[in-house]
Design a protein around this ligand. Structure first.
Ligand SMILES: C[S@@+](CC[C@H](N)C(=O)[O-])C[C@H]1O[C@@H](n2cnc3c(N)ncnc32)[C@H](O)[C@@H]1O
Length: 223
């Protein structure tokens, strides 16, 4: 399957999931989320992955002065909580329907900027703005293409200021079988794969946690 077809398929499948029950596909823990519980689960993600890690993330900059990127924001579950911490959050998603629902749900967050992108690059983000941090959680675990994930890494490198962190999660269970046409099961990464991808794209893979599991977290510092 060529890349163009694969990107169309991601967009089509995620739009369909968003129309059926967006919040369930964003966080499969429930299928009948209330607003409050849904956004509270996003606050929990920020509590666990961001607020415990502010030294690596902020590097002495006040969070309210930071501009951050989120890849694969869905309906804004984590985006809302990121916007309570950071100055500006620029969030992209391949699904126009997810973005439409995120716009509705986050209408009261003036520091959130939402974009539908093409599923592989960040050309929709404003050029020339320095970004201080990038984050992605439970997104790459659904992308069945190493090429697409590596392109996002290259794009984040283009946009982050030197020294800044890209913290993200990939599927680390190398027994996972992913197929190019299946947009639910992402391609797995070994520890070696994760190191290689960082080094090819100008990052230092300083920390890695959860190799071998679904929640393989990577800390890539831009050189
Ligand atoms: C399981 S949801 C998680 C949403 C959000 N990260 C969260 O934790 O609430 C995965 C999201 O990734 C988006 N997505 C999937 N493939 C993508 C791609 N290639 N580029 C951008 N977004 C993508 C989907 O549309 C969906 O909104």
């Amino acid at each position: 399957m060529d890349l163009g077809d694969q990107l169309k398929r991601m967009q089509r499948d995620w739009d369909a999931r968003a129309r059926e029950n967006a919040r369930h596909y964003v966080n499969t823990a429930r299928d009948d989320w209330t607003d409050e519980e849904f956004f509270r689960s996003g606050e929990q993600t920020v509590q666990e992955e961001i607020l415990t890690d502010m030294t690596n993330i902020c590097q002495g900059i006040l969070p309210r002065r930071m501009r951050v990127i989120e890849i694969g924001c869905g309906t804004g579950r984590v985006t809302r909580a990121l916007a309570q911490v950071f100055g500006e959050v620029h969030a992209v998603d391949v699904s126009g329907e997810m973005i439409r629902q995120a716009r509705e749900g986050l209408a009261d967050c003036p520091n959130v900027f939402l974009y539908r992108n093409n599923g592989t690059d960040l050309s929709v983000l404003p050029a020339g703005l320095p970004f201080d941090f990038a984050f992605s959680s439970i997104v790459f675990q659904h992308i069945p293409s190493r090429e697409v994930i590596e392109n996002y890494v290259r794009e984040v490198h283009r946009l982050l200021r030197p020294g800044a962190l890209f913290k993200f999660q990939v599927q680390g269970d190398t027994n996972t079988v992913s197929a190019p046409e299946d947009t639910w099961i992402g391609i797995p990464f070994s520890d070696e794969d994760a190191i290689g991808m960082a080094e090819r794209n100008g990052f230092e893979p300083r920390y890695r946690h959860g190799a071998g599991s679904q929640y393989f977290w990577l800390w890539y510092f831009r050189k």
